[in-house]
Design a binder for this molecule. Structure first.
Ligand SMILES: C[S@@+](CC[C@H](N)C(=O)[O-])C[C@H]1O[C@@H](n2cnc3c(N)ncnc32)[C@H](O)[C@@H]1O
Length: 289
């Protein structure tokens, strides 16, 4: 991304690219988040009661496709919603159940035809997309999709938990760029807490949040490090542009590219020097009254 492109007026907070490489990245990180969540569907929910499923911000639809395999019922119905259609699978192939992908922004009310239609709704990893001021509206829009007694499962990151261990000073500049980017766009560094509060305010019952960690000896450590550093490298061009803009810095293209390269190298050398990244994922559950 050039500086000229990236600093132009841009209201979308989302800094990740979209397309083939991004779909591969989402697919590669899927097992890690399934592991953090303790499975695709929370163990408290009876799978035999789930026949109509929606995945919001579905991206490539990887969670939806895997859930269809898990539920293993060809009469089930699966809907993927995303603000852009460009990552939807071109040819989902033979799937267990009926699949429909719909372009929709979760901050806007879902069309009435979908209201009360779903037993289970999933949301995963929108921390870099959903602004703090939009969270309660999104939760309320999603609530409308559920039948009474239906369940919402939302797994997301506490951005404040992300940190290298042992400490790695060269990461500080990267951290600062993301902090400025998220602040400039009104993104929350503690999204799961906001989701939990919003679910309570919107009237969900049995709301509970469960945070999952890994320690340095865990098999998850390497996966979490790869997941965080590759995602950050993908987001850095836009995040750096936002950060410079919010500082009021005016830099030429060559300087922008030089700073970008340095930040990318900081992340690479963090990994090469044997550091890992702490990462937590929090799963918030609730049921519609
Ligand atoms: C990091 S990806 C996660 C994809 C998927 N949930 C997963 O876990 O593999 C975030 C997705 O959120 C989508 N998104 C961003 N803002 C959205 C919005 N307002 N409504 C619906 N989808 C949105 C993006 O287009 C992207 O596909």
């Amino acid at each position: 991304m050039s500086l000229t492109n990236s600093v132009c007026s841009d209201t979308e907070a989302y800094a990740l690219p979209r397309g083939g490489d991004e779909n591969t990245r989402l697919k590669n990180q899927h097992p890690l988040f399934e592991d953090y969540a303790g499975g695709l569907i929370d163990a408290s929910i009876s799978k035999s009661d789930i026949h109509r499923v929606a995945d919001i911000a579905t991206g490539s639809g990887i969670w939806l496709a895997e859930v269809a395999k898990l539920l293993n019922n060809p009469t089930n119905v699966y809907y993927g919603f995303d603000i852009v259609a460009s990552q939807f699978p071109e040819n989902p192939g033979p799937q267990l159940g009926r699949f429909t992908m719909v372009e929709h922004d979760m901050t806007k009310p879902f069309p009435e035809q979908y209201h009360g239609q779903f037993d289970f709704v999933n949301v995963r990893l929108v921390v870099q997309a959903l602004k703090e001021a939009e969270v309660k509206t999104a939760v309320s829009n999603i609530a409308a999709l559920l039948r009474p007694g239906g369940h919402l499962q939302w797994q997301d990151l506490e951005w404040t938990d992300i940190a290298p261990y042992p400490p790695y000073p060269d990461y500080d500049d990267v951290r600062s760029v993301f902090k400025q980017h998220m602040k400039a766009y009104g993104l929350s560094e503690c999204l799961p807490e906001l989701v939990e509060t919003s679910m309570q305010e919107v009237g969900f019952v049995e709301v509970n949040a469960k945070k999952s960690w890994h320690d340095s000896s865990s098999e998850r450590a390497a996966g979490a490090t790869t997941c965080v550093t590759t995602a950050m490298q993908s987001m850095l061009p836009k995040a750096l542009a936002t950060s410079l803009r919010s500082e009021g810095s005016s830099v030429d293209e060559a300087t922008f590219q030089r700073v970008l390269k340095q930040l990318m190298q900081n992340l690479e050398s963090l990994v090469l020097s044997g550091h890992n990244m702490k990462l937590s994922a929090t799963k918030v559950m609730g049921s519609k009254d």
